[in-house]
Design a protein around this ligand. Sequence first.
Ligand code: DQA
Length: 143
Amino acid sequence: MKLLIINGPNLNMLGIREPGIYGTEGYETLCRMVLDHAAARGVEAELYQSNHEGDLVDRIQAAYGNTDGIVINPGAYTHTSVALLDAVKAVGIPTVEVHISDVSAREAFRQVSYIRAACAATISGHGLRGYLEAMDLLIGDRA
Ligand code: DQA
């Protein structure tokens, strides 16, 4: 089984950006956690991060036919991007949306998620652990 873990804009700044909201662990720590978890579960995982909407669309499209599940934290594009929603719908790969913070308890503009309509589940507010929970959901779906 192959999982793709996608992070959108500013998630490369984890550990630096608003640590009171996103924590003090950096993106490298997240990558290590995801890869360790994949190894423990006996699945393959690849991580991708970009600050650019079109690059994220390209990466989702490139997953077509070779990836069994996607975990995606689209960052701010969650609240703006129909293109990412359409990309996930286009490839038809089971996808789980993750947010490190509890977006439901934040600003009004964060209450809309376009991508949610294409996702099997949303995990929000569980910190970096949310990515591992999302992986488990996809692995469980498959088992
Ligand atoms: C986020 C929440 C978004 O509203 C924000 O724009 C992010 C990160 C989260 O992980 O909590 O960049 O997706």
